[in-house]
Design a protein around this ligand. Structure first.
Ligand code: B12
Ligand code: SF4
Length: 584
């Protein structure tokens, strides 16, 4: 039996639907004039799965130092929350910061889960857990969009950007359907119509920073990149008013401190950005600088002094740049042409000149790499003087040009897109999920050498103490706003805690600290922040080096075994292993 009902005040607007009796759970009667209507109040529990523990990006110790629980809040989920009808009741549980209880699950009519690759093990576990509680699950987000086959256990899949397609899911749910796959047309979403994220669902003090998104997509063509596959190559920006309203909402919720523009490439649409930045500056000034910004941008940002100045004026303090490799031939092969024909170190130094520090991504494991790659990368990192370098192994992400090429060449490993609980990590430990051209052992040895150098406390402190000379913070505001969680780092007790936690780095870090305090006190708090990050990066890099050692040892065992077999088979002594065993 289906019962006709009316729904009002829904966002997006929803016509009258028919519901099965089961779908009526939680509905209430509302009388308006002489008519009595039913208003649906669906109880939605949104769950953000746990990230795998062994990741560069978790910054666990730095979070603990300031009393946060995880670096970033789930922006995707709270954006989707804002697309659901106003009369649906929504709760959010971020498993990285708080427990998910039976009571939460009992409360819900529907559970919605979203996340990325590095949440996959918990994500899949959660689908099963929710089903054991007898509740339906709707899934979405980047990993579902990239690898939907891994999430076929969910009742509903929303694939791609949710802004338009979600109304189809909502309609289906209202009609009483309990299964469905909804696929968004690629890159068609007009982000100016994207609703303001439900920041009210977030517990701000759980996080190091809060994300806002100005644009989606990137104009470049890097072969390994999944962003252009998920969000396209034509950057779509929100309007200036839209962003300022989002920032105002954060401000009104009382949030102060670090806001990250999570754009794929912040300068993807420079024309629009040029109009946003002066308004951002004025907005900040009027409110006495409640936020400091960071973002991600391609290295050609250094070509544009006006843009750098405008970002400086708008209180940007950090930029993540994908550098990837010091080798021009490798950059061409990976189709990262924007990084060729330029002196990258000069570009980075130029960004420092505008008072913004740079963190950067580097990758080892490309087909065209030469034997000397490891030392070249070390020299390059020292020359650019970037303290926090995310050096990973090349990882074939699902849906990329790289993955398609490797599949065609028969080099992709089975289950390459599957993150198993027992091996969970990130591209630092799991990379090279394909047959490499260069012997894998050589790649791992090179990679290990880079990690050993880059995260050596002396080298790290050396880069820290050289940075302030280049980082022009002279005309920058000195104080953080009241309520900024990072204020807890600046106290002398905070600095002592960092030093106590890092016995082997204590001496070089103190020397760097004193040097920076003397020469560039305005840069000091950034240097302390980068030291705090080392509390995670130091131990993390040791774990990765341990993992790489284990992978090398496994390869050596395979090599020995295979050499023995060759020896037996040919009647000769062991020693001449077929070379290709090294790329297993
Ligand atoms: C900010 C960011 C981070 C931050 C913090 C993320 C956080 N806590 O949420 C940090 C720096 C920590 C990070 C790290 C990593 N990230 Co990241 N990150 C991003 C980035 C740039 C923005 C995320 C965001 O907030 N987007 C804004 C929201 C609105 O978009 P969205 O999440 O896609 O949500 C939309 C849809 O997907 C959908 N949706 C989302 N959730 C749900 C849920 C339901 C139920 C439904 C129906 C729909 C739905 O609706 C939304 C609106 O359209 C994305 C790229 C991107 N453009 O999204 C990469 C991205 C998510 N990261 C990615 C990866 C691979 C990583 C890393 C492994 C490192 C790396 N980049 O190589 C690490 C791993 C982290 C770890 N701890 O292990 C990949 C994920 C690929 C995949 N298959 O899952 C992405 C897509 C791109 C990329 N290569 O960087 N990341
Ligand atoms: S510049 Fe960055 S976001 Fe753009 S295609 Fe290359 S890796 Fe992807």
């Amino acid at each position: 039996m289906n019962i006709a009902i009316f729904i009002f005040d829904a966002n997006p607007p929803i016509p009258a639907y028919c519901l099965s009796p089961e779908g009526l759970r939680g509905t209430v009667a509302v009388t308006s004039g002489t008519e009595t209507h039913m208003v649906i109040t669906c109880r939605v529990l949104m769950v953000y799965p746990k990230f795998v523990p062994n990741s560069f990006w978790n910054y666990t110790e730095a979070c603990e130092l300031v009393g946060a629980k995880y670096p970033a809040a789930p922006l995707g989920l709270i954006t989707v929350a804002a697309m659901l009808p106003n009369d649906w009741d929504i709760r959010l549980v971020d498993r990285n910061t708080e427990p998910l209880t039976d009571a939460d699950l009992d409360w819900a009519d529907l559970v919605m889960i979203g996340g990325m690759l590095n949440q996959q093990p918990d994500f899949i576990y959660l689908i099963d857990l929710v089903h054991r509680h007898g509740k339906p699950v709707c899934v979405g987000g980047p990993d579902v969009s990239s690898s939907p086959h891994l999430y076929s256990g969910a009742d509903f899949q929303v694939i791609g950007e949710a802004e338009e397609i979600i109304s189809h899911f909502i309609s289906a749910w209202m009609r009483g359907e309990r299964k469905g796959v909804f696929i968004a047309e690629k890159f068609k979403i007009d982000v100016t119509q994207s609703p303001m994220p439900r920041y009210d669902l977030i517990k701000f003090d759980h996080y190091l920073f809060i994300g806002v998104q100005y644009s989606r997509g990137c104009p470049f063509t890097c072969e390994f990149c999944d962003i252009i596959e998920l969000y396209g190559r034509v950057p779509r920006t929100k309007t200036n008013d839209q962003i300022l309203v989002e920032l105002q909402a954060l401000y009104d919720h009382g949030y102060r401190g670090h806001v990250d523009f999570v754009d794929d490439n912040f300068i993807g649409n420079k024309k629009n950005l040029r109009t946003l930045l002066p308004r951002l500056k004025a907005w900040l000034e009027e409110r006495d600088y409640p936020f400091e910004f960071s973002t991600e941008a391609s290295v050609n940002i250094a070509d544009d002094d006006n843009l750098l100045q405008a970002m400086k004026d708008a209180n940007f303090f950090g930029i993540f740049v994908g550098i990837e490799s010091p080798d021009p031939e490798t950059l061409v092969q990976m189709k990262k042409k924007q990084n060729t024909r330029r002196n990258i170190a000069e570009c980075i130094h130029k960004i420092y000149g505008y008072g913004m520090f740079v963190t950067a991504g580097f990758i080892v494991g490309f087909d065209t790499e030469k034997v000397s790659m490891g030392q070249a990368m070390i020299d390059f990192i020292e020359e650019t003087n970037i303290p926090v370098c995310m050096v990973g192994l090349l990882y074939a992400l699902p849906g990329t040009q790289l993955t398609r090429r490797l599949a065609t060449e028969g080099r992709l490993h089975e289950g390459y897109d599957l993150m198993k609980v027992e091996q969970a990590g990130d591209q630092c430990t799991l990379g090279c999920n394909f047959d490499t051209k260069r012997p894998l052992r050589d790649i791992l040895v090179d990679y290990k050498a880079v990690l050993e150098h880059v995260f050596n406390p002396l080298a790290y402190a050396g880069r820290l103490s050289r940075l302030p000379v280049m980082l022009d913070r002279s005309d920058r505001r000195h104080d953080l706003p009241d309520g900024d969680i990072r204020n807890r780092l600046g106290s002398i007790e905070g600095v002592h805690r960092i030093m106590r936690a890092l016995p082997e780095a204590r001496e070089p870090f103190w020397i760097a600290f004193v040097e920076v305090a003397r020469t560039n006190p305005n840069a000091l708090r950034y240097i302390v922040m980068l030291m705090a990050l080392y509390m995670h990066l130091g131990p993390f890099s040791k774990n990765v080096i341990g993992e790489i050692d284990r992978r090398i040892a496994q390869l050596d065992v395979k090599l020995t075994t295979s050499s023995n077999l060759v020896g037996c088979a040919t009647g000769r002594s062991a020693g001449l292993a077929p070379l290709n065993i090294l790329s297993m």
